[in-house]
Write a protein that binds this ligand. Structure first.
Ligand SMILES: Cc1cc2nc3c(=O)[nH]c(=O)nc-3n(C[C@H](O)[C@H](O)[C@H](O)COP(=O)(O)OP(=O)(O)OC[C@H]3O[C@@H](n4cnc5c(N)ncnc54)[C@H](O)[C@@H]3O)c2cc1C
Length: 413
């Protein structure tokens, strides 16, 4: 029998962005339906997964307000220093490098960000959904969405219908709702693949994140919390690797056995972490960037990767999505508390105004960095090395970069 549920907001996609917004809204008393086409339990990989997000200081607030930060079962590891260097495989990094120390970013500094295990966030989300009386979860479920001037109707295939005032598309990069609304998208292919994995190592990482620019693409080493898998293997410290390579080279690297793969990691990493060993499985992501020209349509708002997908060079993709979530949730909660329509066109326009400039800036910056550091042309290499050296000596410019990476406003503490 068909049943109709009435809520204020329906969210399509229970990924990190949609799921976090749902928890934040439900916590503030807004009624929410959360629909995902995938079943939730298989998203929790019980084995060590090795994927992690660098969550910036400015986006952590949404995870806290949504009650998720305290529910993470692996303590996030802080990032206190960042080193950016230019280099070649098998050779030491250029002496002209950038070093960012969190103590220089603000008068009362906290870390730049935290490495949060993707599996820990997934588990926290899945555990939190059923505890919120305002949150109705439908997963796995497919649905058809009709958006009218005064309301939306989400019809779940083979079951209930949901009536709501606003639909949030948080379905990731291939968002069907965005396509249906005819929202134009700008896309940039990169011809690169990101290899993502974790390593255990003998020496501590001292909470340092490294971005080493190599000819095939950036090679990032990110400090993670200790794991029992690493301790059992005798190399107790853990780092995540996000390693960008041209597509054919990545295919060859991904096919190597653990010993040879570990040797290739060492050739790029250097020796400062001592002996290393790959742990967990390897993941690969073909890279491209995309950004929407509009964030909203009639009773529809796009959030997270449904609105923008960027190069992982600065580890900012999810951070942008969480910042979309902060802006959208604040507007919805304020409207709900004032007993106003949460799908109103004015609210949606304010959301777009709040998020479009920040997302466009990060989209352009990460695309530009990828191109600048992806070149092997000698003159450009020399110029960028000089640029790195100059920025390293200029405190004000460095501070600006640091605050941007932390997701904080350019000035103020
Ligand atoms: C190599 C790599 C490294 C990265 N590292 C970082 C990092 O360090 N820090 C960072 O901030 N970001 C990072 N990112 C980016 C980050 O992974 C994404 O920005 C983030 O996953 C986006 O979350 P989302 O919830 O918007 O979308 P997704 O994670 O794509 O989730 C979308 C959800 O929608 C569901 N769905 C899809 N279609 C439908 C439908 N039709 N109906 C209902 N549900 C649907 C899916 O099942 C899924 O659950 C990285 C990305 C890559 C590729």
């Amino acid at each position: 029998m068909t049943q109709t549920v009435s809520v204020q907001v329906s969210i399509m996609g229970a990924g990190p962005v949609g799921g976090t917004i749902a928890c934040r809204l439900a916590d503030a008393g807004v009624s929410v339906a959360l629909i995902d086409r995938a079943a939730l339990p298989p998203m929790e990989n019980p084995a060590f997964d090795g994927r992690a997000y660098a969550i910036a200081a400015g986006s952590r607030g949404l995870l806290e307000d949504a009650g998720l930060w305290r529910a993470l079962d692996v303590v996030p590891n802080p990032i206190r220093d960042i080193r950016v260097s230019d280099g070649r495989i098998g050779r030491p990094p250029s002496r002209l490098h950038l070093h960012f120390d969190h103590r220089d970013a603000a008068q009362d500094p906290g870390p730049f960000g935290w490495m949060v295990e993707a599996r820990a966030l997934r588990k926290a989300l899945n555990a939190r959904f059923p505890t919120q009386p305002n949150l109705h979860l439908f997963a796995p479920a497919t649905a058809t969405v009709e958006r009218h001037d005064d309301r939306c109707v989400v019809s779940l295939h083979g079951g209930s219908a949901i009536e709501c005032q606003l639909v949030i598309a948080a379905e990731g990069r291939e968002s069907p709702l965005r396509e249906q609304a005819g929202i134009p998208v700008t896309r940039i292919p990169y011809g690169q693949t990101a290899i993502v994995c974790a390593i255990s190592h003998q020496r501590p990482h001292h909470d340092l994140a490294i971005e080493h620019f190599l000819p095939g693409g950036p090679f990032a080493v990110l400090p993670m919390a200790p794991s029992s898998d690493a301790i059992a293997g005798g190399a107790p410290h853990v780092s995540a690797i996000v390693w960008t390579e041209r597509r054919d080279a990545a295919t060859t690297l991904l096919a190597l056995d653990d010993n040879r793969f570990g040797r290739e990691v060492s050739r790029r990493l250097g020796s400062h972490l001592g002996a290393i060993r790959p742990i967990g499985r390897r993941w690969s992501y073909p890279l491209s960037a995309m950004i929407v020209q509009r964030y909203v349509d009639r009773r529809l708002a796009l959030a997270g990767d449904a609105a923008h997908g960027i190069h992982p060079i600065a580890g900012q993709g999810l951070n942008l999505g969480l910042r979309d979530g902060i802006a959208l949730a604040d507007l919805i909660i304020a409207a709900a508390q004032a007993r106003q329509d949460v799908g109103d066109a004015t609210l949606l326009t304010r959301y777009q105004r709040a998020r479009q400039p920040d997302n466009l800036l990060m989209f352009s910056a990460t695309d530009g960095l990828g191109r600048l550091f992806g070149t092997e042309r000698r003159l450009l290499r020399a110029t960028r090395d000089l640029g790195i050296g100059a920025v390293n000596r200029t405190t004000a410019t460095k501070r600006l970069f640091m605050r941007q990476a932390m997701g904080l406003p350019p000035t103020g503490d």
